[in-house]
Write a protein that binds this ligand. Structure first.
Ligand SMILES: C[S@@+](CC[C@H](N)C(=O)[O-])C[C@H]1O[C@@H](n2cnc3c(N)ncnc32)[C@H](O)[C@@H]1O
Length: 309
């Protein structure tokens, strides 16, 4: 076992402090209001005002009342809740898809990942949370008003150090090289597969999300023309059930479709393979003057001869 101390992570506080995001949840969970906690701040709801001072220093999960007597329970929002309540100007990648994307692209601390476009920054938030300060998210967006929203959302969550924003159309290619993973959430991902291949490290993880089968066909065909392998196409379905003890049943309404996910791995190109061969030759010199079969054969012959004795 290693005697090394685990890397430091910020402590999770048990009491509500200024600067944290708190979620005020109504009794039946129907109304959920996120708010950044501020000294002297107030949450305005349709059922009255709640003073932030009433929750500062109290434990997460405590009840609090509005001035009209409505009860809310104050919770630390999960990452899923942060994502769905994030202010947005574009469609976002849904949490059910984000969970799978994180695993399929192997997003872990230290990962360098490119994404396009930034949109409202939902996927950026998830990537930035998982790559931590030792990794980096390179987030591309063509429209400045969208980038502004994504930036604000990332700043609000204190994740800015993990994200480099580019205001750039990816038709002009990606700046970074050798990244571990790359995800496209743009209208025509099939147009950018070659640029993605250029930016990824050999063996890197590629992913994209598209809303239509037609785009699935176009991306699959595009991947087949390039050195990509291990192509996977999937659609994830999530059917929430109502948690009412004596009437547990599916919700009436369902988000029936978000998108199709495609994943692939980038193969090494011929030049990279040749370069790696040369490196290996230089690292571990091999005496190519000797034919190994010449050495091996007499030994085998000797072993057979020994056995025969
Ligand atoms: C669906 S939104 C992305 C949502 C984002 N993944 C999220 O979870 O919040 C698509 C974004 O891609 C941007 N976009 C589309 N084509 C682009 C391109 N060629 N280069 C850069 N950004 C592009 C759009 O402006 C838009 O903001």
């Amino acid at each position: 076992m290693s005697s090394q101390a685990p890397p430091e992570t910020p402590p999770i506080r048990r009491v509500i402090a200024v600067g944290e995001i708190a979620l005020f949840v109504s009794d039946r969970g129907r109304h959920r209001f996120p708010a950044k906690v501020e000294a002297g701040g107030e949450l305005h709801t349709h059922k009255g005002k709640v003073a932030h001072d009433d929750i500062i220093g109290r434990p997460w999960g405590c009840p609090v009342h509005s001035h009209l007597g409505e009860r809310y329970v104050v919770l630390r929002p999960s990452l899923e809740e942060v994502l769905v309540t994030t202010p947005r100007k574009t469609q976002i990648v849904f949490p059910k898809d984000i969970g799978y994307i994180l695993l399929k692209l192997s997003i872990t601390p230290g990962t360098r990942v490119i994404e396009a476009g930034s949109g409202s920054g939902a996927l950026t938030t998830a990537f930035a949370t998982y790559v931590t300060a030792s990794g980096q998210v390179y987030s591309y967006e063509a429209k400045d008003r969208h980038q502004e929203v994504a930036r604000r959302n990332i700043d609000r969550l204190g994740l800015d150090e993990a994200v480099t924003f580019h205001l750039r159309d990816i038709a002009d290619g990606f700046v970074e090289r050798d990244v571990d993973a790359l995800f496209l959430d743009v209208r025509e991902p099939q147009d950018f597969l070659s640029a993605a291949w250029d930016a990824l490290a050999p063996g890197g993880f590629f992913g994209t999300l598209v809303p239509t089968i037609n785009q699935v066909v176009a991306v699959t065909a595009g991947l087949a023309e390039l050195p990509f392998i291990d192509v996977e196409i999937a659609e994830l379905l999530l059917r929430p059930l109502r948690a009412i003890p004596d009437r547990i049943r599916p919700d009436d309404r369902l988000t029936a479709h978000t998108g199709y996910l495609l994943f692939a791995r980038r193969m090494a190109g011929p030049e990279e393979q040749a370069a790696a061969d040369t490196e290996q030759i230089n690292d571990e010199p091999v005496d190519r003057g000797q034919d190994p079969t010449v050495d091996v054969e007499p030994q085998i012959g000797a072993a057979i001869a020994d056995e025969a004795r």
